[in-house]
Ligand binder design. Structure first.
Ligand code: SAM
Length: 229
């Protein structure tokens, strides 16, 4: 009997049910050529994001952490031609590759890549939102530095509406989420992010552990509630 691994099962699921088209391989190829880290979501998770956008009828998506635009492409496809994705990326070189990738995949016109530290970009977006320049976001995907997640959540909530879906990646990190005394800012950020979602009366939230090509990890999923009347 051959040894079976999580990664093998992920590869099988990718071939049999997820079935990403060639554009996604192109995104990954250009990222590799640019020596970018292979820390994009798996194809299965990318498609889950697309399906969540579709199921929730999302037209406006906010992403924090673009990298080469792999997850961006899944969500940009899902919002359709009249939809929009705003994605925040700190590294100009990553944003450049993402721009090439999204243009080549034919969705560039619906993706606004904001280059800069996410906290400042989100503060700017909140200002634009308050000024009436931007409708509420329907789906938010947080996938940059995890230390920033508590702040990103609070800023995203200022641009949300009842029904907005919020997804946070990498909330398990090989179980490191259990380390209450961790000095790692990302682990501290993840723990605070989960606690904030659990305690915030504006949110109904859960978190799901995952295994696969990306190891043992997980994501959180929340929906913004109607305010109590
Ligand atoms: N969501 C992408 C995907 O699945 O295809 C992967 C994003 S990768 C895990 C994280 C990205 O966030 C990197 O490109 C990194 O440069 C960016 N990043 C890290 N810290 C950031 C910050 N403070 N503000 C904006 N972007 C940041």
């Amino acid at each position: 009997r051959t040894t079976r691994s999580w990664a093998d099962v992920d590869a099988h699921l990718e071939r049999s049910i997820v079935r990403p088209d060639e554009s996604f391989a192109e995104v990954q190829r250009r990222a590799q050529e640019a020596s970018m880290p292979g820390i994009e979501v798996s194809a299965g998770t990318g498609k889950l994001l697309g399906l969540l956008a579709e199921i929730s009828g999302a037209r406006r998506v906010l992403e924090v952490g673009t990298l080469a635009g792999f997850s961006t492409l899944w969500m940009a496809r899902a919002v359709g031609g009249d939809g929009a994705v705003v994605t925040c990326e700190a590294e100009p070189a990553h944003a450049d590759v993402a721009r090439t990738n999204l243009d080549a995949a034919g969705v560039g016109g619906r993706v606004d890549i904001r280059v800069g530290a996410a906290e400042q970009t989100l503060e700017q977006l909140v200002e634009e939102h308050r000024g009436g320049d931007g409708a509420a976001f329907d789906l938010v995907f947080l996938d940059a530095d995890k230390a920033g997640n508590p702040r990103y959540l609070q800023l995203a909530l200022q641009m949300a509406r009842p029904g907005t879906v919020i997804v946070g990646d990498n909330v398990v990190r090989d179980g490191a989420v259990l380390d209450a005394d961790s000095s790692d800012p990302d682990i501290r950020g993840i723990r605070q992010f989960l606690q904030d979602q659990g305690e915030d009366p504006r949110l109904e939230a859960t978190a799901v552990q995952t295994v696969g090509a990306k190891g043992w990890d997980g994501f959180s999923l929340a929906v913004v509630r109607e305010p109590a009347s």
